[in-house]
Design a protein around this ligand. Structure first.
Ligand code: SAH
Length: 379
């Protein structure tokens, strides 16, 4: 079957069916056989021919808290990706899992409350490495996720080409066959990225892919003090981008709000937030702050969370609470990251920042969450 021994094996995880077929035909495979190989790779986790590889980073560590599983994949360069499988319970009590994937190793966004931000950005993941997290969960851990949320390490809009290619692969009917409606991409609020993602979502097959936005503050002053990105894209601009995002009937943007005591949890903040959200079709997802390492802030109490949510409801805002899962294994929202790895990088915000003339130093930013992590809770 192998016609040309000089061709290196086809690394299948980053490819859609059609991309794979093109290459497989070059190896001399017949179309039906190539199709069977593609299906077997994604559905059964097996490589049927020696000229195909399912190359993925091995899982070197996993942590379990209740039904929540955090697993770590180690790449050839020694860097690690963290992903979390979070249990979700349906109305009838049946359990499904949401997989929270990383789009980068580390993150350059510098959000003050986030553990991943402490690492800085190490590097981007390519589409195959993103899909490898789904593959690892499904075939190595043995838990096929129903939902995928891009709420692990990294800012998806900073690595959007790879994220979009990963979505194409994950939604391929002959492969992973995820439903676009069960996928959510979460952003720190990069307006350029929201627009591009919106264009992608307008394409056939992706209409129901979801957007989540980490708002985390009721006004520019507070947002700017905890999220450096706000100095580039202020909240007015962000609001415009959310309003122009293509939403199917009944769909809603998931607006994430990490509730941090003493920072953004006052009832006045809630009123201001709800006024800002008026007119945007959204679900407000309140995430109790999970203290990162060396955090200057504590977690909110139950009463504080309830009071904030009750106020949002009084304001007529649809609101959900994200249950905290995985905190003890540092797998909850905003807790992913290897504390031994630190890199300081600069984010060019393109505007004069307060900290420096042009660039803002970042050694912190985004990750890990969902109902936990968005999934079902966000639509
Ligand atoms: N960079 C993207 C994807 C990461 S998602 C984004 O910002 O949306 C990570 C989610 O967890 C974000 O909503 C973020 O606001 C939230 N988060 C970050 N740190 C957190 C923490 N310490 N406690 C609770 N949520 C946190």
């Amino acid at each position: 079957m192998i016609l040309d021994p000089l061709l290196s094996p086809i690394d299948i995880l980053g490819l859609t069916r059609d991309e794979f077929l093109d290459r497989a035909l070059a190896f001399g495979a017949k179309r039906p056989r190539a199709l069977a190989i593609y299906r077997a790779a994604f559905r059964d986790g097996v490589a049927l021919e020696p000229w195909v590889t399912l190359r993925r980073p091995p899982i070197v560590n996993s942590h379990v808290e209740g039904n929540t599983i955090k697993f770590v994949q180690r790449h050839d360069d020694g860097l690690e990706t963290e992903s979390v499988l979070i249990p979700m319970f349906g109305r009838a009590g049946q359990m499904t899992r949401t997989l929270c994937v990383s789009s980068q190793i580390g993150c350059a966004m510098g959000c003050r409350f986030c553990e991943t931000a402490q690492m800085g950005l190490m590097r981007n993941l390519d589409a195959a490495a993103i899909v490898a997290q789904w593959f690892g969960a499904t075939h190595d851990v043995g838990e096929r996720p129903k939902n995928i949320v891009f709420m692990g390490m990294g800012e998806p809009m900073d690595n959007l080409d790879s994220v979009l290619q990963a979505l194409r692969v994950l939604c391929d009917h002959d492969g992973a066959a995820m439903a676009a409606s069960n996928i959510a991409v979460s952003t720190v609020g990069r307006v350029d990225g929201i627009r591009r993602y919106g264009d992608f979502v307008r394409q056939r097959g992706f209409h129901r892919a979801n957007l989540a936005v980490s708002l985390n503050a009721p006004n520019d002053e507070i947002r700017g003090s905890i999220m450096p990105i706000n100095r580039k894209h202020g909240m007015a601009e962000l609001r415009e981008a959310m309003l122009s995002f293509p939403l199917r009937p009944k769909a809603a943007i998931c607006v994430e709000y990490v509730l941090i005591p003493g920072v953004n949890d006052a009832l006045d903040h809630c009123d201001e937030l709800c006024a800002y959200l008026k007119g945007i079709r959204c679900s407000l997802n309140v995430i109790p702050y999970n203290p990162r390492r060396d955090s200057p802030w504590r977690a909110p109490t139950e009463d504080e969370v309830s009071a904030f949510m009750a106020r949002a409801i009084e304001n007529g805002q649809f609101v959900k609470r994200r249950q905290t899962k995985g905190r003890s294994v540092m797998g909850a929202c905003g807790q992913l990251g290897n504390p031994h790895i630190r890199r300081r990088k600069f984010v060019d915000l393109g505007v004069p920042g307060r900290d420096s003339g042009h660039a803002t130093q970042t050694d912190r930013a985004a990750p890990g969450c969902n109902d936990e992590h968005g999934g079902d809770s966000c639509r």
